[in-house]
Design a protein around this ligand. Structure first.
Ligand code: CTP
Ligand code: MG
Length: 225
C-alpha cells in the first residue's frame, strides 16, 4: 500500500501570536515544522510527503526539507484560507496511484510511529478511513450564553486527533463531490468522508499528539522532544 502524507502547515498561528506562522516558530532550535516532517520522512509506512505552507513560506520549507535530508518530500505547495483549502492543495499533489492519503497537522509535532501503524492496520481491515481518538475524562455540558442547558453523556464522545488516514479514491471523491462551501467549516478531514457516507474507524490516539495552540502547549511539546 503506497501511503502519501499531506502535512498541513499553512495556518497563521493567530492564537500563538508570534511574528511568523506557527509551523515556523522555534521548537528545540528548529522550526516546529521540522519535527513532524522528519518523523514522516523517517517512517517506513510513508512513501512520499507533500508539505502545505502559507504564501511566501514555500522556499523556507524547501530549504528546511533539504537541511533535514527529508528525501521523501515531493512538493511544497501554498495552502489556502481554510484548513480544507490547504488539504485540497496538498491532495492535488498526491500521485494518482497512491493507495492511502494520510493528512497530518504540523501543529502536532510529536507523531508516534505506533499511531501510524494502528491507522494503516485499520485501513487494511477495509474501513474507508481511520482516525486516532482518546476518551474525554471531564464532564461535558452544553452551555449557551454562560448558562448550562444540559449535561451531555460523554460515553459516546471522543476527542480526535491527526494523523487521519483514508483510502485515496474515497478521500478524493469526498473532496470533489462535496461543495467547496460545505467543507469550509470542517475542522478535520474525517468530517468530509463522513459527509460523503464513508465508514471511519477510531483507533487509539496518543496524548503526545497534542496540538500546539498556545505558548504553554509549545513549552509542553518541547519537553517531549
Ligand atoms: N492549517 C492549514 N491551512 C489553514 C489553516 C490551518 O494548513 N488555512 C493547518 C495548520 O497549519 C495546523 C492545522 O491546520 O497545522 C491545524 O490548525 P490550527 O491548529 O488552527 O493552526 P492555525 O490555524 O495556524 O492556528 P490559529 O487558528 O491559532 O491561527
Ligand atoms: Mg486555525
Amino acid at each position: 500500500m503506497s501511503t502519501w502524507a499531506v502535512l498541513v502547515a499553512a495556518g497563521r498561528g493567530e492564537r500563538l501570536g508570534e511574528d511568523r506562522p506557527k509551523a515556523f516558530v522555534r521548537l528545540g532550535g528548529l522550526p516546529l515544522l521540522a519535527e513532524p516532517l522528519r518523523r514522516l520522512d523517517e517512517s517506513d509506512w510513508i512513501e512520499s510527503v507533500v508539505v502545505v505552507v502559507p504564501p511566501e513560506w514555500e522556499e523556507p520549507a524547501i530549504l528546511l526539507a533539504e537541511e533535514l535530508g527529508a528525501s521523501k518530500v515531493s512538493a511544497c505547495v501554498t495552502g489556502g484560507v481554510s484548513r480544507t483549502d490547504s488539504v485540497r492543495a496538498g491532495v492535488a499533489e498526491v500521485a494518482d496511484d497512491a493507495a492511502v492519503i494520510l493528512v497530518h497537522d504540523a501543529a502536532r509535532p510529536i507523531l508516534p510511529e505506533a499511531v501510524l501503524a494502528r491507522l494503516l492496520a485499520a485501513l487494511g481491515e477495509g474501513f474507508d478511513g481511520a482516525i486516532p481518538g482518546l476518551p474525554i475524562v471531564d464532564t461535558v455540558k452544553r452551555v449557551r450564553a454562560g448558562l448550562v442547558q444540559e449535561t451531555v453523556s460523554r460515553d459516546e464522545l471522543m476527542r480526535v486527533q491527526t494523523p487521519q488516514a483514508f483510502v485515496a479514491p474515497v478521500f478524493r471523491d469526498a473532496l470533489t463531490r462535496l461543495s467547496v462551501e460545505s467543507t469550509q467549516t470542517a475542522t478535520d478531514c474525517a468530517a468530509l468522508v463522513e459527509a460523503a457516507g464513508g465508514l471511519i474507524k477510531v483507533v487509539e490516539g496518543d496524548e503526545r499528539l497534542l496540538k500546539v495552540t498556545t505558548r504553554a502547549d509549545l513549552d509542553r511539546v518541547a519537553g517531549w522532544l
